[in-house]
Ligand binder design. Structure first.
Ligand SMILES: [Zn+2]
Length: 241
C-alpha cells in the first residue's frame, strides 16, 4: 500500500497545469477587483442600495441583503433567499462592488426564471456530497479485493470510484455556464437600469470575466484529477488490465 501512496503522490505532476491556471486566475481576480475597487461609479450609490433597487424593480422584494465577512465571499443563498455582500462590496460604490453585486442578482434571477442549468446543479449537489464521502474508501476496497482475488468482479467498485470523479467534472461543467450567464445578466442589467454607463459596465465586466477564469481552472483541475486517478490505476495494475 505504501508503493501505491508514493505512486499516487508522484502522479501529482499531472495536476500542474490546473494548479498554475488556478493560481493565475486567483491573481487575476484579485488584481482586477482591486483595480476597479478604487474607481467610484458616477452614480455613487452603494452596492447594497443598488441591490435593493434592482431586486425591488424586478419584484424580488422578499430577497434579503446581508453583510458577510471576508474577501470575495459574496454569494446568493437560494435556501434563505439572501444575497450576502462582503465588506469590500456592501457599502462601497466602486465599479468592482457594483459589478459583483449585479452578478449575485443575476443568480437570483436565474432561480426566479427556473434557469435549467441551476435545476440540474441542484440535483447534482446532494449526490456529489455523498459521493465525495465514499469515493476513496470505494476505490481502496475495490483494489484490495482485486489484489486478494477475494471477490471476482470487484472492478465494479473501482469503476464506481471513477464515475464519482466523473460527477465532479459534470458539476464543474454545469457551474461554468451558470456563472457566465449570471455575469451576462449582470452586464445587461447594469446598462438597462442605468446604474453604470457603457464604459463603467465594460470595466465591471472585466472584473466578472476574471472571476469566470477560476471556474475554468476548477473544471481543468477536475478533469486532471480523473486523469491522475486513471494513470494511478493503470500503473498499479502494471498496465495488464
Ligand atoms: Zn456566481
Amino acid at each position: 500500500m505504501f508503493y501505491a501512496y508514493i505512486l499516487y503522490y508522484v502522479l501529482g505532476f499531472v495536476m500542474i497545469p490546473g494548479i498554475i491556471l488556478g493560481i493565475w486566475a486567483q491573481m487575476k481576480v484579485y488584481t482586477t477587483f482591486n483595480e476597479y475597487a478604487k474607481v467610484e461609479t458616477k452614480h455613487g450609490k452603494t452596492a447594497a442600495q443598488v441591490a435593493r433597487y434592482m431586486l425591488d424593480g424586478a419584484g424580488c422584494v422578499d430577497t434579503k441583503i446581508a453583510r458577510i465577512r471576508g474577501e470575495l465571499t459574496d454569494n446568493f443563498n437560494p435556501q434563505t433567499n439572501t444575497i450576502s455582500l462582503s465588506d469590500s462590496v456592501y457599502d462601497q460604490n466602486s465599479i468592482s462592488a457594483i459589478g459583483v453585486t449585479a452578478h449575485e442578482i443575476g443568480h437570483v434571477f436565474q432561480h426566479k426564471d427556473n434557469y435549467v442549468p441551476i435545476k440540474i446543479r441542484n440535483i447534482l449537489v446532494p449526490i456529489i456530497n455523498f459521493a465525495g464521502l465514499i469515493v476513496w474508501p470505494l476505490i481502496i476496497v475495490g483494489l484490495i479485493l482485486e489484489f486478494t482475488n477475494a471477490f471476482v468482479g470487484s472492478d465494479i467498485l473501482v469503476y464506481i470510484g471513477l464515475g464519482i470523479y466523473g460527477l465532479d467534472i459534470l458539476f464543474c461543467l454545469i457551474t461554468l455556464p451558470i456563472e457566465l450567464n449570471a455575469s451576462k445578466r449582470a452586464y445587461k442589467m447594469l446598462l438597462a437600469t442605468g446604474e453604470l454607463d457603457e464604459e463603467e459596465a465594460l470595466n465591471a465586466k472585466k472584473v466578472l470575466n476574471a472571476a469566470a477564469w477560476t471556474y475554468v481552472a476548477a473544471l481543468l483541475t477536475s478533469i486532471l484529477s480523473l486523469l491522475r486517478l486513471l494513470l494511478f490505476l493503470f500503473a498499479l495494475r502494471g498496465g495488464d488490465n
